[in-house]
Design a protein around this ligand. Structure first.
Ligand SMILES: C[S@@+](CC[C@H](N)C(=O)[O-])C[C@H]1O[C@@H](n2cnc3c(N)ncnc32)[C@H](O)[C@@H]1O
Length: 272
């Protein structure tokens, strides 16, 4: 798709998100704020709060993601799987796997995919997700800062929309490098910075102004929107993220933008 078409698509998504958030918040007493709430917790940087918050939103987490991203989440998961070039028989760890939907997507490659998350609520919710059940992927309770896996246990490791929630993202990147074999691959899928300046302006103003305004009218937790905007502003842009990954034991860092840079996938390899 041409870049300008991507920008238009992204704008349409944002407009639709506003409507979707309003409907969801009314229907579900704010379960729709799953992502926004986790941002708040991430800024507080208290693991117990992050855990408890995800336990609380787990039941509706995947549906919320799909509605508020207008289906883009599915495309982002496919792009993440493809970015890892997984081969049949390889082992891949999906850290901060949540309900395991991202892990199930990875298993489509034929690789043996393992999901790990420290929210038991999210893991339990995954038991009832059809595509997770059908995939048969194992989901294990584990802290990304102290993974219960041997050095070099995996051929690849990935994390989708999880790094921003981890108390110490650099330590998590180092821990991911530990459990991957030399020459193994990393893919980090995370919100990022739109690349097209006019769109970036609209996007940031949407986040900074529209989201809190919508939240005030429909949400019992409007602060969550403010925290989401803050966290995206605070989160490194594509280039800074690449440098951060390179500083934590990874080499050959590259990235590609998704939906005009609303999200990005960073790839890297562990030096041999
Ligand atoms: C936004 S969800 C992402 C879920 C899934 N990867 C996806 O793409 O939908 C973020 C997840 O990070 C998990 N998380 C945060 N800190 C963690 C840590 N230290 N160890 C393991 N999981 C963590 C949360 O429990 C939550 O399930």
């Amino acid at each position: 798709m041409a870049p300008i078409a991507l920008q238009i698509l992204a704008l349409q998504i944002l407009a639709a998100q506003t409507l979707a958030l309003r409907i969801l918040a009314l229907q579900t007493q704010d379960f729709a704020l799953a992502d926004q709430q986790h941002v708040r917790a991430s800024l507080d940087k208290k693991p117990e709060e992050v855990q408890a918050m995800f336990d609380g939103v787990a039941k509706y987490y995947d549906r919320t993601n799909t509605i508020t991203s207008m289906g883009q989440d599915k495309l982002w998961r496919i792009a993440t799987r493809k970015s890892l070039n997984l081969r049949k028989g390889e082992r891949v760890l999906d850290l901060a796997a949540g309900t395991g939907v991202s892990t199930a997507e990875l298993s489509k490659s034929g690789a043996y995919a393992v999901g790990a998350d420290f929210s038991l609520g999210m893991l339990r919710a995954g038991i009832n997700v059809a595509k997770v059940k059908e995939s048969g992927v194992p989901l294990v309770a584990a802290d990304g800062l102290r993974l219960p896996f041997n050095d070099g246990a995996f051929d690849a490791v990935t994390i989708s929309f999880g790094l921003r929630n981890i108390v110490d993202p650099d330590a998590a990147l180092r821990e991911m490098a530990r459990v991957v074999r030399p020459g193994g691959r990393l893919a980090v899928c995370e919100f990022s910075t739109p690349t097209f300046a006019p769109f970036r302006f609209v996007y940031l103003n949407y986040l900074m102004r529209a989201l809190p305004a919508v939240a005030r009218s429909v949400s019992s937790n409007p602060d969550a929107y403010v925290y989401l905007a803050d966290s995206i502003r605070a989160w490194p842009n594509q280039d800074a993220m690449a440098q951060r990954i390179a500083a934590t034991g990874w080499a050959d860092v590259q990235w590609r933008n998704l939906t005009g840079g609303i999200a990005a996938i960073h790839r890297a390899t562990k030096p041999r």
